[in-house]
Design a protein around this ligand. Structure first.
Ligand code: TXA
Ligand code: MG
Length: 322
């Protein structure tokens, strides 16, 4: 499966070309505020199959449908009062809502993996918005990386993983948030966290006025986000969490003032202990530290509040046995 990958800028003719490729069933990587997405027309089952092939992704894993507005999202899903309140407060933004499919839902069964729910998101990024508006239909887009790899936060990361496998990459620079969207399930009266991400639990609970139920680790009355495989977001090197310092042969990924202990390969997620900055740096630094000869990446302790919850989630998946 070889394709010629066009490298596009973000001018009006490039946006039109990207949208044209999507409408014709092509695969186009584009920036969102969280990470780069690998887009296909969500209503076109054959196009969606192409995403799974390009990523090497297991078929059972459903995709997020991206839309230009909440109004368009309402055609795809049924919003409970709580879901509507969240969409009003946080869209466009780094939040995905899993809701029951609407009768008018046009997202293909392949994109929803046959579930009767659909994951919807309105991204907060000018380029993503322009492409979605020009495409005029839901666009399925997982993170634009080979399945199991670290997500892409620049067009260059996308190219390393997917050049020659997709039709175009739209280069909109570095993504701002740096971790994927927070996913909430809004299927009944409860709202459950399926994946921590770029919108903090605290911000969500403030709008809801009640605490989130737990999704993934729970006793099973909420569906899992099937993509929450334990070993995910994995660099080649092993990852060692909550380290006090690097051991011989390890790279060091610091946070705040903790020193790098003489490691020759080192980076710091945020010298000022800013979790938002750390999230934005996470995937790029994991890629940069994952060099030949490095046995493991040792990571300084990261607090679990705010975006720290998503950062710790991604790091513990990177550290999982594989
Ligand atoms: O920030 C993001 O969310 C990025 C950008 C590109 O928008 N996208 C992204 O997509 O992270 P992906 O495919 O890597 O993750 C989507 C997650 C998967 O864990 C999948 O299992 C879950 O969403 N998901 C999708 N539809 C679902 C559904 N109906 N019920 C439960 N989980 C669902
Ligand atoms: Mg992903």
């Amino acid at each position: 499966m070889t394709r010629i990958t066009r490298h596009l800028d973000t001018g009006p003719s490039a946006i039109a070309e990207a949208a044209g490729l999507l409408v014709q069933g092509g695969l186009v990587a584009f920036p969102t505020e969280t990470v780069y997405g690998l887009g296909a027309d969500a209503t076109n089952g054959r196009a969606v199959v192409g995403i799974y092939e390009a990523k090497g992704r297991p078929r059972f894993n459903p995709l997020i449908a991206h839309l230009a507005s909440f109004e368009l999202a309402r055609e795809q899903g049924v919003f409970s009062p709580a879901a509507a309140r969240l969409a009003d407060a946080f869209w466009p933004g780094p939040l995905t809502l899993v809701v029951p499919k609407a009768a008018t839902c046009t997202v293909s069964e392949i994109a929803t993996a046959g579930l009767d729910s659909v994951a919807l998101r309105v991204p907060d990024h000018g380029v993503a918005h322009a492409i979605l508006a020009a495409t005029g239909r839901p666009v399925a887009a997982p993170s634009a990386n080979r399945s199991g790899h670290v997500s892409a936060t620049t067009a260059a990361h996308v190219a390393v993983d997917l050049d020659g496998r997709i039709d175009a990459i739209v280069d909109g620079g570095s993504t701002q948030v740096g971790v994927e969207s927070t996913i909430l399930s809004c299927l009944g009266d409860r709202v459950a966290m399926l994946r921590p991400g770029g919108l903090s639990r605290e911000a969500i609970e403030t709008v809801l006025g009640f605490a989130l139920a737990e999704g993934p680790e729970g006793s099973g009355d909420e569906p899992l986000a099937p993509g929450m495989l334990a070993s995910h977001y994995a660099p080649r090197a092993q990852v060692r969490l909550d380290a006090e310092g690097p051991r011989l042969g390890e790279a060091w990924l610091g946070f705040g003032g903790v020193g790098h202990g003489g490691a020759t390969v080192a980076a710091n997620l945020s010298t000022t202990s800013d979790l938002t900055e750390a999230a934005a740096n996470l995937f790029g630094m994991l890629r940069a530290l994952d060099r030949p000869g490095i046995t493991a990446i040792a990571v300084a302790p990261i607090p679990s509040h705010g975006l720290g919850e998503a950062i710790r989630d991604r790091l513990s998946r990177a550290a999982a046995e594989r």
